[in-house]
Design a protein around this ligand. Sequence first.
Ligand SMILES: [Zn+2]
Length: 279
Amino acid sequence: MRDPLLLGARFGRCMALALFAATILLLLALREGAHFNAPTTLSIPILMYHHVGDWGETRSDWSPWVVRSKEFQAQMDWLVTHGFRTITFQELLAMSAKHESPPAKSVVITFDDGWAAQEGVVRTELEPRGMHAVLFVYTGAIGPTPNNSGYISWEQLRALEAAGHEVQSHTISHGQLTAMPPSQLEREMRESRATIEKELHHPVEVIAYPYGMHDEQVMRAAANAGYKLGLRADADSAVGEPLQYRMPRIRVGYDDGIDIFAALMDSSQLRVNAQKPMQ
Ligand SMILES: [Zn+2]
């Protein structure tokens, strides 16, 4: 049984994060030439997942990045029940180019790192619910065909994209971008993008920073490399206001129940309602 004080603390943490708007996406600022630190104007929740499974307790070092299978299923059911529909970044950017707003109750479901097991989660949990995922892969880990590396392959990613899912960049090496010299930073940005575009034949315009680590130099490098959005790995208000190249994402914890998930999603919707309507 869960400790009610612990649950309360967790709920408080989530609410504090959510008050800052779990996720905010600026469409108006996505026009060509937008400044790399343009502010955001429209909220869309972006959920961030890594692993779905029941092994978080046995690997405590990994537990922040694992969500229990039954909790994940409950979260996806909650989204369906509450009228949410998944949207991909390519769809969002296409709407932005036409100055259109995304449908109400849009949500982006992201998976980081390109783990092979994510394919099963997407196939068995998202697709039966009519949902699509965005996978952020780091290209140095991806081989041409399925293998024993633990990582997904280009062949599998092509099949997932054929089913409506989307692949975007998580760099080449998954290194800490903030610790890299400028030449390496630029290469991580540009070559990962070029590799995914060559393998999957579509523009790659969104990057998720490994570990969420970023600074002004990283955000500027992302803009210079042609990305239109840069994503963090948290929604902590202490990081600063949401920017086009500093987009927050909602991380759901291993033991976070549907009550906490609902609070995060409800708060992000409140934030949407508080925003001025799109022009
Ligand atoms: Zn990662």
